[in-house]
Design a protein around this ligand. Structure first.
Ligand SMILES: Nc1nc2c(ncn2[C@@H]2O[C@H](COP(=O)(O)OP(=O)(O)OP(=O)(O)O)[C@@H](O)[C@H]2O)c(=O)[nH]1
Ligand SMILES: [Mg+2]
Ligand SMILES: [Zn+2]
Length: 296
């Protein structure tokens, strides 16, 4: 029997239990991957553009095309934008984790926008407080995904791009995707009665198309996040509101901690830089110093 070459190109839209689901524009093929990927530690990721050999009984991913980027947590490739999703309540926002994720986005040159969900559970004052922290620096939208509210604010950012929704379990990432698509396609979980946290309902990454154009990755929630391998003197560039003041301090190489005549600290003191973001920057500097100390 002569095997005909039957190579198709498509995008991995789901990876689950050793199978890769490849959308070739016509249909979604359930594929295995060539063993060689795993051996080289180059496992295909959701978002990868791949070649599939569909001539045998089981289609096989034979080639992963060059990526624009890739991430381990969550495991995704070719992300054009991060949507950092938090609940305003249940669970409470974790600003340290949000900021680490924003640093990671800056570090990888991927734009980020903030989405605060469950606005039905928050007071006007609480919403204003969140705006005060991030509103001058990042696009920020407030949603009530469970009732499909606020999607018209979010959609303009999503059109024509591949955006990864990331954030803690229970924040409402899957609910947001269902609200955007107006159908129940991503599984939604409860909030634990005991500690008001999510229950890690989403366990795999999946890419969903939007009928308006563009697509969104649903990802599993996380509770902590490690800073990327950013150097101490580069951190100032990962906080856009601090970046503006770089070069204006008395000392070259000022880390904006306790140096005299520091333009950044002054800006934080007089409210030009949000004090919470400045103290977040300081915490990250301490974290990097701690990490360097423990390295040797
Ligand atoms: N009050 C309120 N609850 C919401 C809202 N959006 C989602 N929820 C609820 O929050 C819970 C968690 O929602 P999910 O969409 O599963 O959260 P997730 O971020 O996907 O969580 P993981 O998959 O575990 O990471 C569910 O009980 C939702 O009904 C909202 O706008 N307001
Ligand atoms: Mg989910
Ligand atoms: Zn300084």
């Amino acid at each position: 029997m002569i095997m005909s070459e039957n190579i198709r190109q498509g995008m991995i839209v789901k990876a689950l239990s050793g199978f890769y689901y490849v959308d070739d524009g016509n249909e979604v093929l359930e594929c295995r991957a060539r063993g060689v990927f795993k051996k080289r530690g180059l496992s295909p990721l959701v978002g990868d553009l791949v070649d599939v050999d569909a001539s045998g009984d089981t289609p096989v991913v034979t080639k992963v095309h060059d990526r624009t980027n890739r991430f381990d947590r969550p495991p995704v490739a070719n992300v054009e934008q991060f949507i950092v999703v938090s609940a305003l309540k249940e669970p409470d926002p974790n600003f340290a984790v949000i900021d680490k994720f924003l640093v990671n986005a800056e570090f990888n040159d991927v734009p980020a926008i903030l989405c605060f969900n469950k606005r039905d559970l928050a007071s006007e004052g609480e919403i204003e407080a969140v705006k005060a922290i991030y509103g001058d620096t990042y696009p920020i939208v407030f949603t009530e995904a469970r009732n499909a509210k606020g999607m018209e604010e979010l959609l303009p950012y999503l059109k024509g791009r591949r955006s990864a929704l990331i954030g803690p379990s229970g924040a409402g990432k899957s609910s947001t995707i269902n609200a955007l698509r107006n159908e129940y396609s991503a599984e939604i979980g409860d909030i634990s009665e005991k500690n008001r946290r999510g229950k890690n309902t989403t366990r795999h990454v999946e890419l969903f198309r939007l009928k308006e154009g563009g697509s969104v990755y649903d990802t599993p929630g996380f509770t902590s996040f490690d800073l990327p391998e950013v150097q101490e003197d580069d951190l100032q560039f990962m906080y856009p509101e601090i970046r503006r003041f770089v070069g204006m301090c008395r000392f070259n190489g000022c880390r904006h901690m306790s140096e005299p005549d520091c333009a950044v600290r002054e800006a934080a003191e007089n409210g030009e830089i949000n004090e919470r973001r400045y103290s977040s920057y300081r915490d990250r500097i301490e974290e990097i110093r701690e990490r360097e100390k423990n390295r040797y």
